[in-house]
Design a protein around this ligand. Structure first.
Ligand code: MV4
Length: 508
């Protein structure tokens, strides 16, 4: 642990897309030098254009580029980078990568490897949380060795139950079991999925929490044992374990609950000797009980909504913490001001089962105006490939309250134009027209349910706008055609003169 702050003059960003842009913006504001790695597919990407330096790390497949832990640490040493920021995804939650950085004398901008490892295993983290007095979902503390053992455990905690992968997270290897009849098959399926996803087929049981919300607490911890909570984000709106919309604060959390969840999150972080920015995920039951799910030991995709309602720059604090600086007093009892939403713009077609939509971004007009923040990783003219996560950009809005934030989100979406590829943008306008969403009544399978029922098709206003555009084009064509016909009939030259003017303009 540094007793004197060590200024990180040059930082290598081991990531791509919008998060690489986010991190290099913070570096530039602080007057630090930014370097990025890029794959062949990202030669002409936005982070490469914006960074002070860009270094090729390999061909397009991430296993041969963004996941090359040793090569990235070696590059950091070669170019004299003091630190590596991993962003999210790729190597961000690899304790091995963090340890490699440490061994090479390059500061890893994230938690100590031991904290990452402790939170990486669900069974181990559950045990640690129970010891630290953090509520966890009732269930087992050990891997289940056979279907018979699983059946006995399920009978003890009571159906319905959830089988989960011990090494897991993010819903992989997870199976809901309603009764004893379905248990053996679900047990085998969960084990083989866990083996395929994590190379570890240990599974354990939890009681099912019905109609839960996903509420997560953002924490900051320094290297001197201080931990603060920056309040919660509600990420209940998901599709197949992919978050789609996030908001802060949660419509389901009041000040006393926020305090209790914050205290639990701070205990969770302290229990593993956490440092840097982190997120503690909870399931919030309809009756107000909450349970620890897992801790994300990285900066998260949805971090900007916390920044919007707290006024705190999380990436700036990640750097300060990595430099050994203590948390400032201004971080104690941070006030939550107003309301923020984030919607994720994926290169996917929401009306074709979220099929990937690669291609050239022919036109890109990002919304502006009061309370609007774009976190965009691409530019107009860029080609979107299928090699990586399809997240192109995040649209973040702030309003004085939830109602104004929704109005601004709708207004901002009305300004947004992305042409050439399909994106999830139309889905959000449909959601904003949904009564349940507007009231903040959201639970874990609402999105899948409504999508399956065809309730979130493009809204009338979105269709109206498209119709207006088509009508204007037809009218233009019609008028042009009629005038041409008239001018020919009267022997006048208007039409041709018009054409000549257009020709002249084209020459400029
Ligand atoms: C659960 C659950 C219900 N009961 N565990 C685990 C991974 C995370 N991405 C969601 N997980 C869940 N774990 C128990 N014991 C329901 C979910 C869940 C969920 C929870 C809140 C909001 C959205 C969700 C979507 C899918 C699954």
């Amino acid at each position: 642990m540094a007793d004197r702050p060590k200024v990180l003059e040059k930082v290598l960003i081991a990531n791509r897309g919008e998060i690489a842009v986010r991190v290099l913006r913070a570096l530039r504001e602080l007057g630090r030098r930014s370097a990025v790695v890029y794959s062949d597919a990202d030669r002409a990407s936005l982070p490469v254009l914006l960074a002070d330096e860009a270094h090729r790390i390999g061909p397009a497949p991430s296993a041969e580029s963004y996941l090359r832990a040793e090569a990235i640490v070696e590059l950091a040493r070669e170019i004299g980078a003091d630190a590596i920021h991993p962003g999210y995804g790729f190597l961000a939650e690899s304790a091995r990568f963090a340890a490699l950085c440490g061994a090479a004398g390059v500061k890893f901008i994230g938690p100590p490897p031991a904290a990452m490892a402790a939170m990486g295993s669900k069974i181990e983290s559950r045990r640690l949380m129970i010891a630290a007095g953090v509520p966890v979902v009732p269930g087992g503390e050990d891997p289940l060795a056979s279907p018979a053992e699983a059946a006995a455990a399920a009978a003890a905690i009571g159906y319905p139950v959830m089988l989960k992968a011990a090494a897991g997270g993010g819903g992989k290897g997870m199976r809901l079991v309603r009764d004893a009849d379905g248990l053996a098959a679900a047990y085998r399926a969960a084990r083989s999925e866990a083996r395929a996803s994590f190379g570890d087929d240990a599974v354990y049981l939890e009681k099912l929490v019905e109609r839960p919300r996903h509420v997560e607490i953002q924490i900051l911890a320094d290297e001197h044992g201080n931990v603060v909570s920056l309040g919660e984000r509600d990420c209940s709106l998901q599709r197949r374990h992919q978050k789609v919309v996030e908001e802060a604060p949660s419509p389901a959390v009041d000040a006393p609950l926020r305090r209790r969840m914050s205290e639990a999150a701070v205990r969770a972080a302290a229990a593993v000797g956490y440092a840097n920015a982190g997120t503690v995920e909870f399931l919030l039951a309809p009756d107000g009980d909450f349970f620890f799910l897992e801790m994300n030991t990285r900066l998260q995709v949805e971090h900007p909504i916390t920044e919007m309602v707290t006024g705190i720059d999380l990436v700036r604090w990640q750097l300060a913490i990595a430099e050994g600086r203590p948390l400032a007093e201004e971080l104690d009892d941070v006030e939550i001001r107003g309301h923020a939403f984030e919607v994720r713009l994926y290169a996917e077609d929401p009306y074709r089962n979220f099929a990937p939509s690669p291609g050239r971004i022919e036109r890109l007009r990002l919304p502006q105006g009061p309370g609007v923040r774009n976190e965009c990783g691409v530019y107009e003219g860029e080609a979107v490939t299928i090699h990586y996560d399809p997240l192109l950009a995040k649209l973040v809005v702030w309003g004085a309250d939830r109602g104004q934030a929704m109005e601004r989100l709708d207004r901002a979406l009305s300004e947004l134009r992305i042409e050439g590829i399909r994106t999830t943008a139309p889905l959000f306008r449909a959601l904003l027209a949904d009564a349940d969403f507007r009231r903040g009544v959201v639970d874990n399978d609402m999105l899948d349910r409504k999508l399956a029922a065809g309730e979130l098709t493009p809204t009338r206003s979105a269709l109206q706008r498209e119709l207006t555009t088509i009508a204007a084009a037809l009218e233009h064509l019609d008028r042009h055609g009629r005038r041409a016909a008239r001018s020919l009939a009267r022997g006048r030259r208007d039409h041709w003169r018009g054409a000549g003017r257009r020709e002249a303009l084209r020459g400029t």
